[in-house]
Design a protein around this ligand. Structure first.
Ligand SMILES: Nc1ncnc2c1ncn2[C@@H]1O[C@H](COP(=O)(O)OP(=O)(O)OP(=O)(O)O)[C@@H](O)[C@H]1O
Length: 268
């Protein structure tokens, strides 16, 4: 059931909260020829909002997937949400990681013909008895209530009975956010969540989920090609270039020159 108490108190200014995700020397290759990530050392602390930036194909999505055990790490170690692993997490670790993590992707991947409410209930899939999350008809009452509550967070409670494909793209992305947050995960991973939206809807969606994460004490790691989103909605910006961390600094001290360097094409 959802905890509807006020947002958990944030860490006192200046004090460091506990690490939620740590990597040491993380390397990733999909084949023997190309190494995508060449030794990533990263720490993300509870309650932080971190933007991961970098040019197309630099490995942002690969890193996100390695952190939560969706892709195998070739070398190095990951500790995420209390689970430490090399390679891939063991089955039980993977299940625990999955339960504590929410995902939002560029393509919201809703089941088009199902109701908005059923789609949000699908967010319960990793819970024990997950078959019951298949539809609102089979879901326990507590899950239905949690899903309705999550829909209220994204201002779509009145659309609960509508078919998912009857909503606009921006509304569908808000449903995907409700689905990701319905279990109140400790960590929200968002891979270009606003990329398929128009500028105004994209801004609204970013503002909405960063506010919800802050209110519910959820740590946020998102990728974006929109530097205004990275600067406005993250506390920290981590830039990847050529398989390494180019910089990792507070968003409010990241300069235009820093950003230019991220996207500057090296002379061959
Ligand atoms: N499952 C996979 N199998 C093989 N290669 C992959 C796989 N996923 C990604 N890659 C390759 O890894 C590299 C990094 O891809 P990735 O999607 O992580 O980059 P990205 O920074 O997220 O890119 P974009 O900004 O374009 O989304 C690319 O060369 C891509 O082709």
């Amino acid at each position: 059931m959802l905890d509807l108490s006020p947002a958990r108190p944030s860490t006192a200014r200046g004090a460091l909260s506990d690490p939620i995700v740590t990597t040491g020397g993380l390397r990733k290759s999909y084949d023997r020829k190309t190494e995508i990530l060449k030794g990533i050392d990263l720490t993300i602390r509870a309650g932080e909002r971190v933007a991961l930036i970098g040019s197309n194909g630099c490995g942002k999505s690969t890193l996100l997937r390695c952190l939560i055990g969706l892709h195998e790490v070739s070398a190095g170690e990951v500790t995420a949400l209390g689970e430490t692993f090399t390679g891939l997490p063991a089955g039980a670790q993977k299940a625990r990681l999955r339960r504590k993590t929410g995902f939002v992707f560029q393509k919201h991947c809703l089941v088009r013909r199902r109701s908005v409410l059923s789609n949000v209930i699908h967010g319960m899939m990793s819970e024990p008895g997950s078959w019951r999350a298949f539809s609102q008809m089979t879901a326990p009452e507590t899950w239905r209530r949690a899903a309705l509550e999550a829909l209220a967070w994204v201002n779509l409670a009145d659309k609960a009975a509508a078919r998912a494909d009857a909503l606009s793209g921006g509304q569908q992305q808000r449903v995907a956010i409700a689905r990701a947050l319905v279990r109140q995960p400790a960590l929200l991973i968002a891979d270009e969540p606003a990329a398929s939206l128009d500028p105004v809807s994209g801004q609204d969606v970013m503002a909405l989920f960063t506010r919800l994460c802050a209110e519910h004490g959820i740590t946020l790691l998102f990728t974006s090609h929109d530097m205004s989103h990275a600067r406005s909605f993250a506390d920290r910006i981590v830039a990847l270039k050529a398989g390494r961390v180019l910089f990792d600094k507070p968003a409010d001290t990241t300069t235009d020159a820093d950003i230019e360097e991220v996207f500057r094409v090296e002379a061959r």
